[in-house]
Write a protein that binds this ligand. Structure first.
Ligand code: GLC
Length: 487
């Protein structure tokens, strides 16, 4: 180690101007040249094709499993907000949670395997949630996995994901209930543990918190190889952007460390950034690229998509992001599959959340559902990945996704409600049809053009009760007649 340092020093002395110049540059990177729309498309390409990602909420709250002081804190709601819910300071909170937060060896490999099995192309996991506990080994805090567990959990997770060929995304909370300088007084719209706020009588210097935030982000974007996504969370209308987090500078730093990275818009909360209103679901379909790359409808699917904007719906599997052993309101695998199809048909991505337990293991109800989704994706993934939104939005029996190719367009018809008469009408479709097949086994289906559109003859029973996909090859770009109001 020492020898290397001496050699490096000698190198710097031999070429002083170059070494110093490059150091200067990294300390203060020149403003990035604005990206052309083509460059942006190239950077966004994999994300737009991926369509399906996994969200992971995991931190000290996971170890509490929805309980405080031995008492369940309800069956529904965001249990990653436990500290806020019970209104305690970090010491009380972490004294209760830390002894139970004991990740088993190899937990991350199980996450990565499950993500892969489910068909997720990327995983976004919480490097730090609002509680402030950093999962990496941070030089700037002792409230982190390095100090408390002698482990670097970000490294373990990142390496496990890469080993499965899965893209890596970091969720990072800019809200911090632990840092002594995080000035909760500046934002009524951002949460803070109530009792702890009363206890905090010392004046706070929020600029010191911002420095800390930037430093931890510098560690996260420099020390873990290629990071594909940064998922910020979150700003309020009265405290956001440069005032709250020195956001422009933060984005610039991240981009200089990770030129290909894709970021959401939650460092801001203004209409130009596609995020407005008091609710986390408040999104609008505009986004100036200086504020981020995509918008994040939370827990809902925009009814007609968000044309012209990249978007990703994030959603829980039951009602909580962080693990709650009392929450049994699980979505069925069929509902999850249909949500994914619905989102893809509207041109968005689906970021589906799991909440592992304090030991890093994944609840059984989650595993069984994701395996079911994976089985469907194994057969029908082609009808999701790389597809785009469709003109055929008013389908009474299901949804449609499309893929352009040089000879025409593939329409994937996802049938949710199997027609009783065995005839499926694609209403208003005008194009010449080349072929219709069941995607699962390639079986040819008869079809005919009628005044109403294209009619396809189906087997009597739905081969897949979750959603059966029919692959329709048409010539040219889809042309759809306006629905006949008299029909
Ligand atoms: C909200 C919640 C947070 C969760 C996030 C996911 O902002 O505060 O707990 O992590 O949504 O989108």
């Amino acid at each position: 180690m020492k020898k290397l340092q001496i050699l490096a020093l000698l190198g710097a002395i031999a070429m002083p101007s170059r070494a110093l110049f490059s150091e200067d540059q990294s300390a203060n990177p020149p403003p990035a040249a604005p990206e052309s729309p083509e460059q942006r498309d190239a950077r966004m390409a994999w994300w737009r094709e991926a369509r399906f990602g996994m969200f992971v909420h995991w931190g000290l709250y996971s170890a509490l499993a929805g309980n405080w002081d031995g008492k369940p804190q309800g069956a529904n709601g965001n249990m990653e907000w436990m500290q806020n819910r019970v209104g305690v300071d970090t010491k009380t909170y972490s004294d209760a949670a830390l002894p139970k937060f004991q990740p088993v060896p190899g937990f991350a490999k199980a996450w990565a395997k499950l993500a892969k099995q489910a068909g997720c192309q990327y995983v976004v996991f919480t490097t730090k949630h609002h509680e402030g506990f950093a999962l990496h080994d941070s030089k700037f805090s002792d409230f982190d996995a390095g100090d408390k567990l002698n482990r670097d959990l970000v490294k373990e997770i990142t390496e496990a994901l890469r080993a499965e060929g899965i893209r890596v995304g970091f969720y990072h909370s800019v809200i911090d209930w632990h840092h002594p300088d995080y000035d909760f007084n500046k934002a009524k719209g951002l949460p803070y543990p109530a009792e702890a706020a009363k206890l905090a009588t010392e004046p706070r210097d929020h600029t010191r918190y911002i420095d800390f935030l930037h430093n931890q982000i510098e560690e996260l974007t420099k020390n873990y190889g290629q990071i594909d996504i940064l998922w910020w969370d979150f700003s309020s209308q009265e405290f956001q952007g440069d005032d709250a987090w020195r956001s422009t500078d933060l984005i610039k730093k991240v981009r200089s460390n990770q030129p290909g990275i894709i970021m959401n818009n939650r460092l801001f909360r203004i209409p130009e950034a596609g995020f407005t209103g008091p609710g986390t679901g408040d999104v609008v379909n505009r986004l100036d690229p200086q504020y981020g790359d995509f918008v994040t409808p939370e827990q809902h699917i925009p009814p007609t998509g968000l044309p012209g904007v990249d978007w990703e719906t994030c959603m829980t599997l039951n009602t909580t992001w962080g693990y709650n052993e009392h929450d049994t309101s699980w979505k069925s695998s069929s509902e999850i599959i249909r949500n994914l199809i619905d989102i893809a048909s509207k041109g968005g991505n689906y970021l589906l959340n799991i909440g592992p337990k304090g030991d890093g293991t994944i609840p059984e109800e989650t595993v069984t559902r994701l395996i079911e989704v994976g089985k469907w994706m194994e057969v029908n993934g082609r009808a999701i990945y790389g597809t785009t939104a469709t003109l055929l939005t008013q389908l009474p029996w299901g949804r449609c996704t499309t893929k352009k190719h040089k000879d025409g367009t593939t329409l994937y018809l996802h049938v949710f409600d199997w027609p009783k008469e065995g005839e499926l009408l694609v209403p208003g479709l005008q194009n010449k049809v080349q072929s219709a097949r069941l995607l699962a086994n390639g079986k040819k289906l008869e079809f005919k053009k009628t005044a109403a559109g294209v009619e396809i003859e189906l087997p009597e029973k739905a081969p897949d009760p979750n959603a059966t996909v029919i692959k329709l090859e048409i010539i040219g770009a889809p042309k759809v007649a306006a629905p006949n109001p008299a029909a």
